[in-house]
Ligand binder design. Sequence first.
Ligand code: UDX
Length: 454
Amino acid sequence: MKVVIIGAGYVGLCTGITLAYLNNQVTFIDVDVKKIEKLNHGILPIYEPGLKELYELSKNNLHFRSDYETFSEADIAFITVGTPIRSDGFADMSYVKDATYHIGMNILDGHTIIINKSTVPIGSADWVKSLILDAYEKHNAREMPGKLSVVSNPEFLKEGTAVYDSFFPNRIVIGCDDLNVIHKIVNLYSPIINQNFVPPAFLKRPANLASVPLIKTNVISAELLKYTANSYLSLKISFINEIACLAEKVGADITTIAKGIGLDERIGSEFLKAGIGWGGSCFGKDTAAIIATASDYGIDMPIIKAAREVNYQMRDNILTKILDNLKIVKGKTIGILGLSFKPDTDDLRDAPSIDIIKKLVAMGAKVNVHDPVVEEESIRQKVDNHEFKYVNKIEEVFEKVDALILVTEWKIYRNIDWEKMRNRMTNKIVFDGRNFLDENLLESLDIKYVGVGK
Ligand code: UDX
């Protein structure tokens, strides 16, 4: 099929390159001319394991442009532009609006099926449709003769494993009332639904995955489903973090508690890792958006509000622990391991590291930071004028530190030669914000270990 992806961001690239690997002709359209230029030269704007390899395998089916010239040939077009959070909690739909204008100017009589894949407010499919029809009418001086379909097909990709998730999703959700349109979309996804494609060599199909469940529903349910999934995952993490705060006080171990409750099939073991909480592009934005939408209908969302409150409190909690231990941080040197909101990505959106750096610097600490992937320029942009030192080598972050905080659980941090590193530390104390390091090893080396919820 001929597929257009509008917005060569995270979701767009992962979705589009996967579809190209599955033998579709995929054209990316992005207003960012420089990004398109880079993509045409094989340079990906994001770090995502496996994506570059997939790009190389699929490049004959990939096209990148910054105009809509060939749009009309597309069978299916995905809108995957960013929908960042506005200060009032609602999603900023200006990029989506922009895309609808161009679609309306270029679509041929409703030929192309339009899919909303960006996480958009409930009711957006109808809104997108009306904007496209308006632009079409303006451009053609007549109503669109064909039937325009705007479908909701939310993504559930996790950064760091997005390529895997694209090929082996837990489910595919299609929100649409038109059977013919559903049929075409099912066709597009059929290799994934039926798991009858040969995966790229670097990806192993999960054992026993014979097919992927397909949820067909109306547009509104699909849109709300996405918010519900992310809200639920957010609150699962905040729930375990809330219990972690109590566990810490009473002398229990949250990792054992999480394991114990996770074995109950009704609860499940995923998303019960206690720590400094969630960050990233989705949970914060989507929980704020569902609360904002609900308030339009006079509905309070106390559970989701509490999930947010607990989450952001966890970032302060680690600072409180540092103060409890060091007493004074002014003039002290604090090392930070990990900046991205989670490992295997360079994404800094809503990353706990940003708040932690800002607060430590504001309290007068000298902060040294390290991350295996995040670039200095990116983190500098996020922490405004706050002064800190970015180091390239892990050992430099240990240099004369009065405390070390692990913020992101990058694998390489577990394999640090702690015996060697401990000699560089002025004060041998590590705050493990992800319960990730080998507590026994550190304590055997006389390094004080402070985890979360234990
Ligand atoms: C999330 C959803 O999982 C995905 O379905 C959606 O499409 C986009 O948002 P992502 O933000 O990439 O994906 O990462 P995810 O793996 O869900 O982790 C989100 C945050 O939660 C990270 O900061 C992670 O460190 C944190 N987390 C996750 C925990 O603190 N504890 C856990 O047990 C799991």
